[in-house]
Design a protein around this ligand. Structure first.
Ligand code: MRU
Length: 347
């Protein structure tokens, strides 16, 4: 079921259904989808209708709650077995964002806190709502902490989309930018378009326009030129997974921006909640990188731009080694090198 709405609420649990704003239709249409089957939420995550690491985690938790409500079992053992297959299906949607697995681990733990089926179902719905509220609060804190790093008059370059859409809260990198603007700082944003799926062009500019923040859209290959001409004061991006040593996976293209920033002595900040940190992985080499369909590269919005049959690679994320990162902004504070100790301290 669909309805067009002008309000802007990326994901919501309402009356036993999950309502999501379909991000593939933005910026031209605000279409909300009402989903009552966890398989539809899984499809929405895979198809990027709901996307961005924290939002994927929240959607994953709600998907498990939806799946649990529909399980028909006579015994708690049978219920938990069926619940595990729901959790496995949700976990198979997208591999890179740590937040999804953080949420699924919490949902699994919540299922073990009660003995009878109806109590377990209630505990799962409550846990999903709690994850959503906590993640939203984390982004509010990240925005406040990070805004301190932004000076009046700064031009900030960002990559991909990290706003309310990606977090169902205030946003991470974009939350910081919006908070700094609301504090009265006269800032400007350069938004990378973010090929192949154009989250920067379609979503970041849309969110910044709504927030009233001055934004200029650039193609990904313009970033270096703007930096060389002294037009960028700092870079802030989000993260999909941060390892124990501070290496960070984020949208493909982030690594190139980080190397360029270092070459031009421009601070490069990562903003992410603690739920993005994966202390079980020592370095970024161990992060699973999602490989998506070649058509996302050979086509733009369904229109072919390359010869038919040409092969195309499509890794959706890259890893930025920690040596390129000036600081990591979390809801528990700002971490600087050496990252190993800082990350251990907050996780
Ligand atoms: O493939 P996407 O659109 O889910 O990738 C999103 C990003 O890489 C974001 O920059 C990242 O999740 C940080 S979200 C606050």
């Amino acid at each position: 079921m669909k309805h067009i709405n002008t309000a802007y609420q990326p994901i919501e649990w309402r009356g036993g259904r999950v309502i999501i704003l379909d991000q593939t239709r933005l910026p031209h249409e605000e279409v909300y989808l009402e989903l009552d089957d966890y398989r539809d939420v899984c499809a929405a995550i895979k198809e990027l209708k709901i996307r961005g690491a924290p939002a994927i985690g929240i959607a994953g938790a709600y998907a498990v709650a939806l799946g649990a409500l529909k399980i028909d079992s006579k015994t708690a053992d049978d219920f938990l077995k069926k619940l595990q297959s729901v959790i496995d299906a949700v976990g198979a949607t997208r591999p890179t964002a740590r937040n999804l697995f953080f949420a699924l681990e919490r949902m699994k733990k919540a299922s073990a806190t009660k003995k009878n089926i109806s109590d377990i179902k209630k505990a799962l719905v409550d846990e999903a709502l709690k994850i959503h509220e906590e993640e939203a609060e984390s982004t509010r804190r990240i925005s406040r902490f990070g805004a301190e790093l932004i000076k009046d008059g700064f031009t900030i370059l960002t990559h991909c989309n990290t706003g309310p859409l990606a977090t169902s809260g205030s946003g991470t990198a974009l939350g910081i930018i919006i908070a700094a603007y609301r504090e009265g700082k006269r800032i400007k944003v350069l938004a990378d378009e973010t090929r192949p799926l154009l989250q920067g062009a379609r979503l970041t500019t849309w969110e910044l326009q709504k927030a009233g923040v001055p934004v200029t859209l650039i193609t990904d290959n313009m970033a270096g030129s703007f930096m060389r001409r002294g037009k960028v004061d700092c870079v802030i991006t989000g993260a999909d997974r941060i390892t124990a040593n501070g290496d960070t996976a984020n949208k493909i293209g982030t690594y190139s921006v980080a190397v360029l920033a270092k070459a031009h002595k421009i601070p490069f900040y990562i903003a992410a909640p603690v739920s993005t940190i994966d202390p079980s992985l020592k370095t970024g080499d161990a992060i699973p990188i999602e490989e998506r369909k070649a058509e996302e590269v050979t086509h733009i919005q369904g229109v072919p731009i390359a010869p038919e049959g040409v092969s195309a690679a499509n890794p959706a994320f890259d890893v930025t080694p920690h040596k390129y990162i000036t600081a990591i902004i979390t809801e528990k504070g700002i971490i600087r090198a050496p990252y190993g100790a800082g990350i251990k301290g907050i996780v």
